[in-house]
Write a protein that binds this ligand. Structure first.
Ligand SMILES: [Fe+2]
Length: 237
């Protein structure tokens, strides 16, 4: 398993270099514009709770690894509530007809968000606890990069509006530690898991495919942020 975790770490460093994060770090752009991709991420963010509740979590269980996974899912299954709060905070909570909202969520311009969900479901549906742990480690590492960048923007916005963000904030980053819910010794425990050659190759493929799906997702978010005008800048409180 150690080689799999090393590959995840290497892919995480590459992921940190994608164009979306450069855009989000560019302080010459208004901070709200740097988060203007938020509506495009909705399908993924809303489904991430479901992934935790209905795919990663299995109860009851006697399996010690599944027990750790279950614990982790209770941390990660409700972050979408903070996202909805921030949509309001950031004034991205526009009124649209129900049919328009559905068309948007299933449109071409939000396709990669859905494809990322489908890949995550593919790799967690009827998966072994080890496969699920690998999925969690990948999602935690991408989440850690995203929220360490987004929380900085959240601070800039708070300085303007005096309204704290919750999703795009340290509040969120503090629970996206980059790894499974931190329990003492968990990293060593994971490293010591022995995988067969076949399982290791499958794990490498899973890691590569998920990072590809996450990267395509960020590319889609960047296009969306650059091509959708936001109507007005946030006003100072
Ligand atoms: Fe989260």
């Amino acid at each position: 398993m150690q080689q799999v975790l090393e590959l995840i770490e290497q892919k995480k460093q590459e992921f940190a270099q994608v164009a979306l994060f450069k855009f989000m770090q560019d302080q010459s752009i208004n901070p709200r514009r740097r988060l203007a991709w938020a509506p495009c991420a909705a399908h993924f963010i809303m489904n991430f709770g479901e992934l935790n509740k209905y795919f990663l979590r299995v109860e009851p269980t006697n399996d010690p690894i599944q027990t750790l996974i279950n614990k982790h899912t209770y941390e990660d299954d409700h972050h979408w509530l903070w996202f909805l709060e921030d949509l309001k905070n950031l004034e991205f909570d526009k009124s649209v007809n129900f049919s328009e909202a559905l068309k948007f969520l299933w449109s071409e311009e939000t396709k990669n968000a859905r494809c990322l969900n489908y890949q995550l479901y593919r790799y967690t549906s009827q998966a072994t606890p080890i496969q699920k742990i690998i999925v969690i480690e990948v999602t935690e590492s991408t989440g850690n990069i995203m929220f360490s960048t987004a929380s900085e923007i959240g601070k800039e916005i708070k300085a303007i509006t005096q309204k704290p963000c919750r999703y795009f904030a340290d509040f969120h980053l503090n629970v996206e530690t980059g790894h499974m819910t931190s329990l003492s010794g968990i990293e060593q425990f994971l490293q010591d898991i022995q995988l067969s050659e076949e399982n290791r190759q499958e794990a490498f493929e899973l890691v590569e495919n998920l990072f590809t799906a996450f990267t395509q997702f960020t590319n889609e978010l960047l296009v969306y942020a650059k091509t959708h005008q936001i109507e007005q800048e946030l006003k100072a409180a």
